[in-house]
Write a protein that binds this ligand. Sequence first.
Ligand code: SF4
Length: 317
Amino acid sequence: MKQPSTEQNIYEIERLKKEKNAIILAHYYQTGDIQDIADFVGDSLALSQKASSNSADIILFAGVKFMAETAKILSPEKKVLLPDLNAGCSLADSCKAEDFSKFLKENPGRTVISYVNTTAEIKALSDIICTSSNAVQIVESLPPDEKIIFAPDRNLGNYILNKTGRDMIIWNGTCHVHEEFSLEAIIKLKKENPEAKIIVHPECELPVRLVADFIGSTSALLQYTKKDKSNCYIVATEAGIIHQMKKENPDKTYIPAPPRDSTCGCSECNFMKLITLDKILKCLKYEEPEIIVPGEILINARKPIIRMMEISEKLGL
Ligand code: SF4
């Protein structure tokens, strides 16, 4: 049977969105075609804000499971769809609720700050959620002597620790994309392109952060390339963001930082890339797979997310 063309798929997605009062929220790490059909494209903080302030009946999340769960927690009355339930996250997987509960019991009396890249169960065990856009400010908003547990990303945790000097215990989790960038390959690229600026996500390892001209969240990196005067960037985060960078400044050059294993394609998140236009169409049509977050977990996970949003709003983030 003849497969529908991309144009036909896009037409049908648009039609179904109107018919069902649905919106598509897409993360910057999605492929360019998906970013282009989304109603809103952003990083985790902006997507959380959007998920809690829209009048749609259905949110289709083009991203990974923890993001769709966050949307459901913030908008429990809406139907939240994720086109492929296998779109997980190696970082969220590195922090299991059972192990984390034990860790919290072993380290009592600390405020628990968890990165948004966690399961709903981990959020339910936390006091405040943060994203890479607001993590430093969230930590700094607490009294200086407050003792903190930060989970799950050890690289982001160490970055925050270096910036704030706070008393922090850090969970030992990592993201398989950001952990894999090769310092040697980045230095080689810099030698070949001496005018290029190295821009790095704080989930990257310390040696890569140390050679950075700029460190920031995905949206901060995008803003930087928009305003900065340079014409060439070596980009050490998931390569999907380059689509938006090119849209903003098509004349500039963006070189994805290579992973240690040049055959693995690890500068792309294989979980993010499970989402396709075909799957989005099918998901909108049949309204499944749907994200369900059990009642008590939803109530307990909502509090630390709301706390993050209130602090972010107060700080104008
Ligand atoms: S890039 Fe890393 S942190 Fe982001 S969804 Fe993929 S595995 Fe998770």
